[in-house]
Ligand binder design. Structure first.
Ligand code: NAP
Length: 324
């Protein structure tokens, strides 16, 4: 595995170039501000009705309508939601300069064919492995967030240099840039979201909570046990890895974890994980995302509303005094 850091990377390929960041959300905000603080000429492209315009201006960044930002830029970074990329790319393609670079922070729209970039464009991926809020906070502490990078199309011979210089300018090369591909990044990221950290773990917490409550434990104690301790283990794993985490917990917890963990996460879970990975690779999730957007996000809105009404959520809010 090739891991590149600041000292390995030439900032030259971005020198004198203008970067248009499309979208000022989670990643767009962080990447725009980091680029700006690294001395890059950035313009934030927003649609007319955007509510973010005041915030962009207050941050001291240049702002333009999407089509004007794209027409003025040598590098265009697609940081609107993935399900919007197909329509957004159609809208901006006529404005993209010949030989410009088109960048992504997630491989989905290219991997699953929602976008087929023009053949004169360089197409690169620079995917920070975490949310924009942390990307910005780390940059301000002179640290960085590890990222994956890849080149899908190298029309000018400059694509690799631009991708790496971009990763350096947003601070990720302080931690390390790992070579990947659009397919690997997209498939692994979608798999993790569904089967592991964002899909599997919360459902495990819910199932544990419901089992304890059905067994006569009070909801408050069940939340403290099954939800409240997640941050403790996440911090320990982040600092020490899984084996290191096990070394610093009590013998009681360690033996229980050894006996219980593999009983719950058994071969049947692994085989369903393999099904999820196969479906992701067939493009079934990309289709689901497209139809969700087309329906006005009906299924997501309903799931959010249902989740807020559960006993677990109500107990959590009571314990933490959280307004959701
Ligand atoms: N979120 C993360 O932690 C994370 C981490 C790594 C990679 N990524 C990737 O980064 C990319 C951006 O994700 P995100 O989570 O940062 O997105 P996001 O926060 O949902 O993006 C919101 C921004 O996109 C703009 N936008 C929405 N619909 C648009 C449209 N139809 N036309 C033009 N602009 C539109 C919004 O503009 P308005 O102000 O007009 O509403 C807003 O500025 C995605 O490819 C994602 O997979 C995200």
């Amino acid at each position: 595995m090739e891991m590149l850091r600041d000292a390995d990377i030439d900032p030259g390929p971005l020198a004198g170039k203008r970067v248009a960041v499309l979208g000022y959300g989670n990643q767009g905000r962080a990447q725009s501000l980091n680029l700006h603080d690294s001395g890059i000429d950035v313009v934030v492209g927003l649609r007319g009705e955007s509510g973010s315009a005041n915030e962009v201006e207050a941050a001291g960044l240049t702002i333009a309508m999407i089509e004007d930002a794209v027409a003025s830029a040598d590098v265009v970074m697609m940081l609107a939601p993935d399900e919007i990329h197909e329509a957004l790319y159609k809208e901006i393609e006529p404005q993209l300069k010949q030989g410009a670079a088109l960048g992504f922070s997630h491989g989905l729209s290219v991997r699953f064919g929602l976008i087929e970039p023009r053949s004169d464009l360089d197409v690169f991926l620079l995917a920070p492995k975490g949310p924009g809020t942390a990307l910005r906070a780390l940059y301000r502490e002179d640290k960085g967030m590890i990222a994956l990078w890849a080149v899908e199309q190298d029309a000018t011979g400059q694509a690799r240099g631009i991708a790496l210089a971009y990763g350096k300018a947003i601070g990720c090369a302080r931690a390390g840039l790992i070579a990947s591909s659009f397919a690997e990044e997209a498939e692994a990221d979608l798999f993790n979201e569904q089967a592991v950290v964002w899909g599997g773990v919360p459902e495990l917490l819910v199932a544990g909570f419901e089992t304890l409550v059905a067994g006569g434990v009070s909801p408050e104690v069940a939340v403290l046990e099954c939800v409240g301790e997640l941050k403790l283990i996440a911090d320990l794993i982040d600092q020490r890895g899984i084996a290191g985490m096990r070394e610093v917990i009590s013998n009681t917890a360690e033996l229980g974890a050894n006996l219980g963990g593999r009983r719950i996460i058994d071969d049947s879970v692994r085989s369903r994980m393999a099904e999820v990975l196969a479906e992701v690779r067939e493009g079934r999730f990309a289709e689901e995302l497209r139809s969700e957007e087309a329906s006005g996000y009906r299924r997501l809105e309903k799931a959010r509303a249902d989740a807020r009404k559960t006993l677990l959520e109500q107990t959590f809010r009571k314990l933490r005094s959280v307004e959701l």
